[in-house]
Ligand binder design. Sequence first.
Ligand code: F6P
Length: 320
Amino acid sequence: MMKVGILTSGGDSPGMNAAVRAVVRFGIAKGMKIYGIYRGYEGLIDGEIEELDRRSVGDILQRGGTMLKTARSERFMTLEGRKKALTTIETFGLDAIIVVGGNGSFAGALELSKMGVNVMCIPGTIDNDLGYTESTIGFDTAVNTVLEAITRIRDTSSSHERTTVIEVMGRHCGDIALYAGIAGGAEAVLLPEEPRDVNSVCRKIIEGSNQGKQHSIIIKAEGYPMDSQELVKEISDRTGRPVRLVVLSYLQRGGSPTLADRLLATRCGDKAIELLDAGLMNKAIGQVDGKVLGFNLEKALAEPGNFDRHMYESVDILSQ
Ligand code: F6P
């Protein structure tokens, strides 16, 4: 009987629970034993592991966060830490480890695979920064959360005829800012992929105001190379108009996963089990052209981001 461990690692994302549930239930249906590893790689080092049955993943499908807890493990970054993790894997007799997380977690899994451990990776991060897949689990929910925030902020910005800068997460990836900016009707988006000059943003605000625009919404990705407070001051100084800052921060990581994230998570869990059952290992599960498939882990990690320049350029046209 195949014994499979599952852990969630890095920043949590809505839909991680749905992925864990799918792995447990599809795995058991295939006759496997599934073990939950708590606190990501930390739990793998410390042996915080227990067998999960169908009922232990009940009532989590709709919950954000992760029932397995998560961590960013500094110890796992060391060879000593990874050796301890290997010992745990041998002690529990685990045949494979499923890792749900972002690129840092995938890199950890790749290191494990080089030590002879069978791994399978599921993309769980709000950042959407894994280039091999069209979407990561949690991205859709996070963007919808940002969108709702924009809609609310727009009301008050409009009433006060103000400019509001909204800082969103995404680490080095601007997708949350770009997608929410397009769908939320932002005047400008500031991304790490193509850092836009602040001057041009100010010009846009002044021109818009001269044409009767009541407010301006600027979405700034956290990876844009300028501090948000400084940006607000600069825009305010240059435009001579009031500017407010809203940092959405961890608000974006919580909440009940959307339909898209629940489905993606469930299909990724299903595929991970299907591939393990077929004897395939060291894959990154992802979605391409709507199909959920397994890709070579090392190559998947090396894929460049999916920056959509056309979408980026359309922000200016749409907001004129
Ligand atoms: O990777 C997810 C993410 O939320 C990023 O968008 C953000 O930069 C980072 O995690 C924050 O990390 P932490 O939870 O360690 O503060």
